[in-house]
Design a protein around this ligand. Structure first.
Ligand code: UGA
Length: 460
């Protein structure tokens, strides 16, 4: 069944959602107050790098099922409205800035007609502190027949299209589970997601606050898992162990699982860092600040990894002043051009601040890097060109083309074969054999000599 729906806020989440809904066969109108973004999307030009997005955007536009606007009046006919607005960290604190979301609900309320016999469903997808949906629902209450359902989004950048069309699970937060109004809203959203539900994606209905907390807890858990292995990585550095051995072995325990145990320079991006801070701020506001105080440590471990890269670079070069360093990576993770709170760019800035002459390269993110850094560092497209003259190479975003670098060939491009692998993706042995000095986070400087066989038998 085709539904007419709108997506308000076509940033990363909203733009992918809009195109994905058109892909499912719905009539979709995407709205944003950023006229340039709307013009680009309407012309089929994706405002960010996301594998598979250009194709579904173009297909949606060509089919006539997808269009974009800056005018709320164009939304009045839609039966379902998705809220995909950003909730960035507040400029003056740890909490989430909900102003975009609140402004959107106010504007939407003004144009929502009372649709005879057919309820209007508003679906929140943004990451918000617990209590937000209930407050926004009160604002919608004056509109007869309008119902707010909170349906958090779990997509990962780089896999956004797949995650939207084939989610692990769908979470529906409703005002009061089990009431006729809630059941009707659930049925209405089920109709929109019918093709996703056919693939047997689990769909969980719960109260507003639980749905909001599912998202906050999921991101906090992922951040904690990364910082956990990075804390262990500090122990590995202190004791001479190899963190990749530890991570591989503990990850084989099904209760722990191997995903999100990649030790390195840590997490960044537009979600995990701000979401753990917003979660802490929300816990304070709810009088249970202590319950989530460990997230402060999660943040601190993450921050220390960035400092550690700079310290390690200084150890390798003796002194950073005037030394030529090439940073491989600008995006916060591979297959994305997003540089928000990118560990790679942050480290590049810190190296520059310490006096190094820094060159950064990235297959997709140099445009965004330039917008945020200006000419603070040298931005060079093309890995070979960027490596030219490097006295130290620092790998900070694990794009395939960096992971696949050939140590012998790469040695011929740089001025000194020194590699700092900030993501533990290179095989140190291979690089050492090609004449490189290679250091990693969470691995001993020189491989441990194999313990004699007999020592394994002690105590047997
Ligand atoms: C994250 C969540 O994974 C999504 O489920 C969620 O929907 C999204 O935030 C959001 O709230 O919108 P994303 O920010 O795209 O998705 O990135 P992740 O894949 O989670 O990676 C985050 C950071 O952690 C990256 O900098 C990555 O390099 C780092 N990371 C990840 C590690 O350092 N080690 C790992 O083992 C995994």
């Amino acid at each position: 069944m085709t539904t007419t729906l709108s997506v308000i806020g076509v940033g990363y989440l909203g733009a992918v959602h809009a195109a994905a809904m058109a892909e499912l066969g719905h009539d979709v109108i995407g709205l944003d107050i950023d006229a340039d973004r709307i013009a680009a999307l309407q012309a089929g030009i994706p405002p960010f790098h996301e594998p598979g997005f250009t194709e579904i955007l173009q297909r949606g536009l060509d089919s006539g099922r997808l269009r974009f606007t800056t005018d709320y009046a164009d939304l009045a006919h839609a039966e379902v409205h998705f809220l995909g607005l950003g909730t960035p960290q507040k400029a003056d604190g740890l909490g989430a800035d909900l102003s975009h979301l609140e402004a959107a609900v106010a504007s939407l309320t003004e144009v929502l007609p009372v649709r005879e016999g057919a309820p209007t469903l508003v679906v929140g997808k943004s990451t918000v502190p617990a209590g937000t949906a209930r407050r926004l629902a009160e604002r919608l209450a004056p509109v007869d027949g309008a119902y707010l359902l909170w349906n958090p989004e779990f997509l990962r950048e780089g896999f956004a299209v797949k995650d939207t069309l084939e989610p692990d699970r769908l979470v529906y937060g409703v005002h009061e589970p089990g009431t006729p109004a809630a059941e009707q809203a659930v049925a209405q959203l089920d109709a929109v997601y019918a093709r996703i539900l056919e693939r047997e994606a689990p769909r969980l209905v719960m109260g507003y606050e639980a749905a909001e907390l599912v998202k906050a807890s999921a991101n906090a858990f992922l951040a904690t898992k990364i910082s956990f292995i990075n804390a262990v990585s500090e122990m590995c550095e202190a004791t001479g162990a190899d963190v990749t051995d530890v991570a591989r072995a503990i990850g084989m325990d099904e209760r722990i699982g191997g995903k999100f145990l990649r030790a390195g320079v840590g997490f960044g991006g537009g979600c995990l860092p701000k979401d753990i801070r917003a979660f802490m701020a929300s816990a304070e506001e709810n009088g249970v600040g202590e319950a989530l105080s460990f997230l402060r440590e999660v943040d601190a471990v993450n921050e220390r990894r960035r400092t550690r890269v700079v310290d390690l670079a200084a150890e390798m070069l003796g002194d950073l002043e005037g030394r030529r360093i090439t940073v491989l990576g600008a995006a916060f993770k591979p297959n994305s051009d997003d540089t928000r709170d990118s560990p790679a760019l942050d480290v590049a800035c810190r190296l520059r601040a310490a006096g190094a002459l820094v060159t950064v390269t990235d297959p997709e993110a140099l445009g965004n890097a330039e917008r945020s850094l200006g000419d603070l560092v040298q931005l060079v497209p093309g890995t070979d060109e960027a490596l030219h003259g490097a006295e130290l190479t620092v790998l900070l975003t694990e794009w395939d083309e960096f992971k696949d670098l050939d140590p012998v060939r790469t040695a011929s491009l740089v001025s000194a074969p020194r590699m700092l692998d900030g993501r533990n993706v290179l095989t140190p042995q291979e690089w050492r054999e090609a004449g490189w000095e290679i250091r990693s986070l969470g691995r001993a400087a020189v491989p441990q000599t194999k313990a004699p066989q007999a020592s394994l038998l002690v105590g047997v």
